[in-house]
Design a protein around this ligand. Sequence first.
Ligand code: PLP
Length: 390
Amino acid sequence: MEEAQRIQALPPYLFARIDEKIAEAKAKGVDVISLGIGDPDLPTPDHIIDKLIEAARNPENHRYPSYVGMLEFRSAVAEWYKRRSNIVLDPKKEVVTLIGSKEGIAHIAFCYINPGDIALIPDPGYPVYGVGTLLAGGVPYLMPLKEENGFLPDLDAIPAEVAQKAKLMFLNYPNNPTGAIADESFYLKVIAFAKKYDIIVCHDGPYSEIAFEDYKPLSFLEVPGAMDVGIEFHSMSKTYNMTGWRIGWAAGNARVIEALGRIKSNIDSGVFQAIQEASIEGLLGNQDIIQEIRKIYQERQDIVIEGLTALGWSVERPKATIYVWPKVPKGFTSTSFCELILDKAGVVVTPGNGYGEYGEGYFRISLTINTERLREALKRLQDNFGKFEF
Ligand SMILES: *Cc1c(COP(=O)(O)O)cnc(C)c1O
């Protein structure tokens, strides 16, 4: 039963060791608080659930859905972008429904990567960008996201011969795991680079609605020229607390959207229509919920930033996302420091190297836990740790 090379090539699961430690601590009776999970703890809003119940009773929705998504859902996505970013998308040609954006992110490489072709991958980053590339026989070329560059890739550092072999570039702002953001001048550079080397830009933007104070993240698609070179992956998951529902989309360049839809029509059969109908309600119905969600994460972010700052730890306040990305003190690796936090305080945080080699030296705190538990976690850190050198 020898496994195919393509799955042998997949990277090892880097959180295995910390998972073992969590299981050990729980077995010893430790009341473990997990700040490790990138999955909203808040429930899906009621009006979306009500719509699902109603739509689930309609027998028309019990049959195979359209492969590329109901036109009504794709039109709702186009309308959502219109309202949000004042951009006009053709729902028939420029939007495809996905079974969660992860599905499309994994499949896009199959549309454009021949064996040996390069995909430019941000590191640290969401692991699926590299995994999709490897499964398609491609070669991930890592673009380091360094703090001194605001966790943006340095395009000038990509050798011309690499850029010439590159077919895809993945980007993700607001960024998981660093919490970094990108502005128009960065995206304009990306678009010029993509045009020069004929690279398709795949912007992954699931955190675009989770931003703080007055900051409003750009959609990649609203940047002049973006529609010529790329697409944006997006999803109901983080904006509407719907990670378990499995629905997202890709929008942008019509040729790329058509190619992605063609792959999908050959291997899956679309998203349950009742879920698409409920998602239309989510996208076009009452949006007050988003403001409430932002307030909740803002309060949690305050607790973390104020708590860590009081400890003298090195941390920046992100303008968006559900994450905080503090530095690991001198004398520790990401893994050893996260293990120490678990051992001393019973608090789980994820080591930065789990998101790639350039995540080493950081750890990720996720704001997906209620304020009471979060305060308790910070209190435990304050009770068990003092100052460190950074
Ligand atoms: C959560 C997340 C996704 C996946 O979202 P789904 O639509 O639920 O598949 C994609 N990219 C990043 C960076 C994420 O954090």
